[in-house]
Ligand binder design. Sequence first.
Ligand code: ADP
Length: 287
Amino acid sequence: MLSDVRSTNRFKADEHQNTINLNIDENVPDLVLGDSLRLGQLMNNLVSNAIKFTSNGDININISVVGESQDPTYVKFSVVDNGIGIEKENIEKIFERFTQANSNITREHGGSGLGLAIIKKLLVLMDADIHVESVFGKGSNFYFTLPFVKDNSLPIPEKSIESNENVLLEGIKVLLVEDIKFNVLVAKKMMENWKIDIDLAENGLVAVEKVKNNNYDVILMDLQMPIMDGLSATKKIREMGINTHIIALTASVSNDTQSEVYSCGMNNYLTKPFNPKDLHEAIRRAI
Ligand code: ADP
């Protein structure tokens, strides 16, 4: 999930010449139960703030276990930047709605002053709180700790994967970007079975136009296409500030392709040919 947060924000980070590092302590369990959607929103918000207020710097996403408790395990999430920092007198104020500490930056980068207020509220609903340590001119560290129940079912039994396939995808809006008619037919047939609301684009350029005018939940993006390929289309979509989950459809699994896919801002990939189970799982993870 945190890799997704990193790849979603990588393009913006590159624009500011920032590097995002993901540091996960080895004592963090591989699998815990929690609300990954909300946690993803929280982390995305903190990371995108860190990028916004940092240039030529490092954004560290640090994950560690605190305390001795095994179940629940208390996991600390922190987003540390070496950007502009926050003046002491403004630190408490930034969690209020519509409050921004630095009007110059805001004029340049936009923002509503709502992000941190929402984060605080979400965390309070989860019995937690957001904390910040910041030194003006040096950088900031936003952190929170959440309890997680351990999931001891590793490896995931086959049965639970099957039952997951029954998760309804009905009504989800997917844009399928693919130039080869046969591939379109196959993927479309699978998704029609799950009553997904499918839209099609025959190349990257058409996809970029469609993304401008529609709200999709997930984009399935072929890589090699005429007129505009999948990597360029993804870059454009991320440049437009759109964070929709993009899954690459690729014929190759080489490390080069994988790193290209992530570094241009895609979130995941499926290798062709894929079966319905793989596609269902990828879409399920995305939403
Ligand atoms: P927005 O980013 O939309 O203005 P937020 O509620 O997310 O709203 O942030 C409120 C203010 O807190 C920002 O305008 C900025 O002044 C300050 N801030 C948030 N994150 C950082 C950070 N990582 N570094 C410096 N200042 C920050």
